[in-house]
Design a binder for this molecule. Structure first.
Ligand code: AMP
Length: 118
C-alpha cells in the first residue's frame, strides 16, 4: 500500500484539516510555505495522467474548501501537482500542493535554459 493510502487509512498519522467521503487534505510534513497542504483523492490514482474528469470535478470543489478552511482564499495561493520524473513526483499517489500564507516566488524551475526551446 502506498504512503498516502496509509495516511487515508490512518495507519500513518497526519494533521488532517479537511476530509469527506472521497478526499482528504493534510499538512505537508516538509512545508515550503507558511500554508502547505496536500489534497488527495481517497481512490488510488498514480498521477494527474490517470485521474478521471469526475474525480477532478470533486477535487476542484474540495480544494476550494481547503482554501477557505485555511483562510487563504482572498490573499491568494498556488496549486501544484507534480507528474512523473521530470515533474519531480516523489509519492506515486495523485496529490495537489496548496501553497499560500505569504507571497510566493516564481522563478526558474529548471537548470536548463528556458529559452532554449523557443
Ligand atoms: P511530490 O514531490 O510532489 O511527490 O510531493 C510529495 C510531498 O509529500 C512532499 O512535499 C513531502 O514533504 C510530502 N510528504 C511525504 N511524506 C509525508 C507524510 N508522512 N505526511 C505529510 N506529507 C508528507
Amino acid at each position: 500500500m502506498c504512503l498516502f493510502c496509509k495516511i487515508i487509512n490512518k495507519e500513518i498519522p497526519s494533521e488532517i484539516i479537511l476530509e469527506d467521503d472521497n478526499f482528504i487534505a493534510f499538512h505537508d510534513i516538509n512545508p515550503k510555505a507558511p500554508v502547505h497542504i496536500l489534497a488527495i483523492p481517497k481512490i488510488h490514482v498514480e498521477s494527474f495522467n490517470d485521474v478521471s474528469s469526475d474525480t477532478m470535478a470533486g477535487m476542484t470543489t474540495f480544494m476550494q474548501n481547503v482554501a477557505k478552511e485555511m483562510d487563504i482564499e482572498k490573499s491568494g495561493y498556488r496549486i501544484i501537482t507534480n507528474i512523473g520524473d521530470n515533474g519531480g513526483q516523489e509519492v506515486k499517489h495523485l496529490h495537489f500542493h496548496i501553497l499560500g500564507g505569504a507571497k510566493l516566488r516564481w522563478e526558474h524551475l529548471s537548470d536548463s535554459n528556458p529559452k532554449s526551446f523557443l
